[in-house]
Design a protein. Structure first.
Length: 383
């Protein structure tokens, strides 16, 4: 029954809820069955993560703590939070708070979140006393049009309010004030080829309201950046079971801008999942495309403690284009490859170790070592 399937899945979508429908013989009607809904509720969750995915200027070591409270008001709401600090806490401090609330019985959700961060890059930039601050508010709404085990389709809309600034020795160097409306659609489908396809599209429109950056402001992060920008982004993922413990993941992403963007709206290559050997957003531009290929092997074994071990190898490649290339190259590209292992211990501790090689471009913050392979790790614990 598709209606029953939809509502059981919508119940599972509620924060902290795990529900399973079970059919048992009816005690009242011979030959009939009764439907029993088994529900388990988690009222809170906490996850801590340590990794080295930062940069030489901000990091590279990072500590992240995130968690949430579920249904404490009895409305199936979720209050969540996240904080990130670097190994030198002066280099980066980030704090995010969010609230989500289901509306009605059809899966509609409203959300409100805000974040603030302070940065003071170290290493070679420390003598220049560079300081940055970012503040953002986001109002969101989403609705599942199709909700089944084999295919899903949802729509969303968001309103963003974001201010960012950078000071150089207490003098304002750059400032962006972005107001934007975004609409998106995402879907996934399981097919007969034993694979899952996922697609996400989003259209973003900058709004020249609420004291947004003026087009003539000389302190914009991009000289020709427009507050009323328009851009379209796309993400596509294919997860394909091959045979036995072997699986492949294909991914692609892209962005097209109809005018020059501010720095934080640009398409970036670097970091996970596109450009893993490079620093986050090592190369940025108004337009961009990237793709990745990953082969995975689930090691077959039985262990009371080590629940899963996966070996993987990957290759990724991407390019960005700049509308205004008076101060930067018109195009930049980067490719990387590597291998690693992911593990899960008692469903509480998980992580990975990885070696990634920058094949084409150089990692700017590493100087003479910018073309050498890099080692990454991540370790997470969940309560």
């Amino acid at each position: 029954n598709k209606i029953l399937e939809r509502y059981v899945l919508l119940i599972n979508d509620l924060p902290g809820i795990r529900a399973k429908a079970v059919l048992i013989p009816s005690f009242e009607t011979r030959g009939a069955s009764d439907l029993i809904l088994q529900v388990v509720e988690d009222r809170w969750d906490v996850t801590g993560t340590v990794d080295n995915r930062g940069t030489e200027f901000v990091g590279p070591g990072q500590v992240q703590l995130s968690g949430g409270l579920n249904n404490f008001l009895g409305r199936f709401e979720r209050v969540s939070g996240q904080s990130i600090v670097t190994q030198d806490t002066d280099e980066l401090k980030y704090l995010q708070l969010g609230y989500t609330q289901p509306i009605g019985t059809e899966g509609t959700t409203l959300g409100l979140s805000g974040n603030i961060s302070w940065s003071s890059p170290g290493s070679n930039l420390k003598p220049f006393d560079v300081e940055g601050q970012n503040r953002a508010l986001t109002l969101s709404a989403s609705h599942p049009i199709i909700r089944t085990r084999r295919k899903n389709l949802s729509v969303r809309g968001t309103l963003n309010y974001k201010n960012s600034s950078t000071d150089l020795r207490d003098t304002l160097l750059s400032e962006d004030r972005i107001r934007a409306a975004r609409i998106g659609v995402s879907g996934d489908m399981v097919d007969k080829l034993r694979g899952i396809s996922l697609l996400d599209l989003e259209l973003s429109q900058g709004l020249d309201i609420l004291n947004a950056s003026d087009s003539g402001n000389a302190r914009r992060t991009r000289a020709s950046g427009r507050p009323d920008f328009t851009k379209l982004t796309m993400n596509l993922v294919r997860v394909q079971q091959i045979k036995g413990p072997f699986r492949a993941i294909l991914g692609a992403t892209g962005q097209y801008a109809f005018s020059q963007l501010f720095a934080s709206e640009e398409f970036g290559i670097g970091g996970v999942p596109f450009g893993r050997a490079y620093d986050p957003s090592e190369y940025t531009g108004d337009h961009g495309v990237a793709y990745r290929i990953e082969g995975q092997y689930a090691v077959p074994f039985e262990s009371e403690y080590l629940r899963s071990l996966q070996l993987y190898s990957f290759y990724d490649n991407g390019s960005v284009w700049r509308i205004d290339h008076s101060t930067r190259e018109a195009r930049a590209s980067a490719a990387s490859a590597g291998l690693g292992a992911r593990f899960n211990v008692m469903n509480r501790v998980s992580g990975y170790i990885e070696v990634a090689d920058p094949l084409t471009g150089s990692v700017a913050t590493r100087g003479d070592h910018g073309r050498k392979p890099r080692f990454f790790f991540s370790l997470s614990a969940t309560l």
